[in-house]
Design a protein around this ligand. Sequence first.
Ligand code: SAH
Length: 227
Amino acid sequence: MSDDAASKPFPWADQWPEITDARVRAAFARVPRTAFIAPELERYAGQDAPLPIGEGQTISQPFVVALMVQMLALQPGARVLEVGTGSGYETAILCEMTRVADEPAGAAVYSIERYPSLAERSAQALAAQGYAPHLRVGDGAAGWPEAAPFDAIIVSAAAAHVPRPLCEQLADGGRMVLPVGEHEGDQDLWIVSKSHGRLHFERNGGVRFVPLVSPVLDDPAQWAEEF
Ligand code: SAH
């Protein structure tokens, strides 16, 4: 990535001392948030806050997206699964972070959304910005087994449990970042890493996300038992 992109300003550049990864900052400089929200909300796009996107869902707060993406330590070409496409904004950031020269941006990005209406709108917005991730409507808590294993998994909706299928689909050496906690209750960001086939859980700061809605979570056998 050129120095130009890394030094280009973005709305929250001065407000994010915690985001030290130049590649993350460059990705936020490249992706216009306005392209992923309704025209009537465009004037709020520069606020570092969540905004409604329909179906009772929200586009995440940019700082939280930046923090989660930084925690993933993504390298170009990394294979990434995103659960909860929503607006597609974070998906676009993932496409930038994993971009490899001469390949369409998003070739190794997989994203799942449960609402068809949101999936359709985000697909259009992503295509309009030149991104080509793999998109699917379905239950992201079940993962995307045919495309596994993933070097990184990012979950944009909170659940009280860590879905076991996602742990299973994490590559050795891979990392998953997800909010864990009750809806409307305390939630924390967790980093789950896998090495030599074993999972390691690390808790980070408090967050507030919309719920991850999935039958997978109704079955205790589908919860990561180490958690
Ligand atoms: N990163 C997105 C976040 C959107 S909010 C953005 O910034 O726009 C979280 C999204 O997760 C919502 O769109 C919600 O519909 C979706 N979601 C919730 N449970 C899900 C599940 N089990 N599978 C896939 N998507 C889910």
